[in-house]
Design a protein around this ligand. Structure first.
Ligand code: KG4
Ligand code: ZN
Length: 342
């Protein structure tokens, strides 16, 4: 029997996305970003995001179906992000999916966006349960033991900002473009990470919780000490600040990963593995640190390709496929949820 053909929709943040999957095979994955719409505001404006999703979702679906070379009537199910996220965007996606499901008389499957990220290593690498997942994005940061498509144990997470948010704020404070992650990473390449001593928040506290908001305060203080008379920064100073900041995030994530790994290994998994997902998984310094920890512990390390680390609909279609196989179905009462812990 062939695997079911699933359409996935994603609109919980600032990417409007649609994808068609058959099993683990990605037939199409369309991602329409909104960066230029929000650029002038220095952050995502929920109203603008919601409107753009409402305008683009039908085009994204049309393009995904065409690129996959299938017809809407061929679909076996429609999977959609039903939260957590910016409610206007999530609502647009859920309404679109309900309309398609009702019009085509196909099953509807509501997917948790975080489950989409957390199951991505199964889509890309066929990773077996259970694995340790570090989910790090612009809105989230948590350690999970992933035991099944609906079986997640949260070991700890951020008590304030997510690392991506901290990268974005850092870029803003240093006059670098958004999204901040890639621009801070680039600037850090030429920097001396030891020049500025950033704190390593919460390392003195046991457990796997993390904190990143203090790094921003530290950055602000250091920046204000070296700002030029014209109110700018020399490229060398900016590079050193970026390198110091990134090293602090890397070190904190690395140490907490060691602790999460110990908790996960206590279960004696048959084929131990660590996986990373979310936009910040694109960071090479952070990836490198996790790779080193995994090598040290003799554990497999998996990092999905970058375009599947950031928000996309292939991960939603894949999570939907796992739920579909488990017999899960949503109905027309499916609600859009701004908050939805795993
Ligand atoms: O997963 P994602 O696309 O959206 C959310 O669900 O949040 O993640 C976007 C976040 C942004 O904050 C962006 O600055 C960050 O991921 N990011 C990075 C890098 N590339 C993207 N952070 C650090 N280093 C990078 N190379
Ligand atoms: Zn995400």
């Amino acid at each position: 029997m062939t695997d079911p053909l699933i359409l996935g929709l994603e609109s919980s943040c600032d990417d409007t996305a649609a994808a068609v999957l058959r099993g683990r095979h990605i037939l199409s994955s369309v991602v329409m970003g909104q960066a230029e719409l929000h650029a002038a505001f220095g952050g995502i404006v929920p109203e603008i995001a919601a409107r753009a999703h409402a305008e683009k979702l039908d085009l994204a679906v049309e393009q995904a179906i065409a690129e996959a070379g299938v017809h809407l009537s061929d679909l076996d199910a429609i999977a959609v992000t039903a939260g957590p996220g910016l409610i206007g965007g999530v609502l647009s996606g859920v309404m679109m999916a309900k309309g398609l499901a009702a019009g085509l008389n196909k099953p509807l499957i509501g997917v948790n966006h975080l489950a989409g990220h957390a199951l991505t290593p199964r889509l890309t690498d066929g990773l077996a349960f259970p694995y340790l997942m570090l989910l790090v994005s612009g809105g989230h940061c948590q350690f999970l033991i992933v035991r099944g498509a609906q079986d997640f144990t949260r070991l700890g997470g951020t008590i304030d900002d997510a690392p991506g948010e901290a990268f974005d704020k850092t870029a803003r404070l240093l006059g670098l473009p958004q999204p901040g992650g890639p621009s801070v990473q680039d600037a850090a390449l030429d920097g001396d990470e030891a020049r500025f001593r950033f704190p390593r928040p919460l390392l003195d506290r046991s457990g796997c919780d993390l904190s990143f908001s203090g790094l921003k305060t530290a950055l602000l203080r250091m920046r204000d000490q070296i700002v030029t008379d014209q109110g700018g920064l020399y490229a060398r100073d900016r590079a050193d600040l970026c390198a110091g900041f990134q090293a602090a995030v890397r070190d904190v994530l690395a140490e907490k990963t060691r602790r999460a790994l110990a908790l996960y290994l206590a279960d004696s998994p048959a084929a131990p593995a660590i996986a990373i997902a979310g936009g910040v998984a694109a960071n090479t310094a952070i990836r490198g640190a996790l790779q080193a920890i995994s090598d040290e512990a003799g554990v497999v390390f998996t990092a999905p390709p970058l375009k599947l680390c950031t928000d996309n609909a292939a991960m939603i279609a894949y999570a939907g496929a796992e739920l579909f196989a488990a017999g899960e179905r949503s109905d027309m009462t499916l609600a859009a949820r701004p908050r939805w812990p795993l």
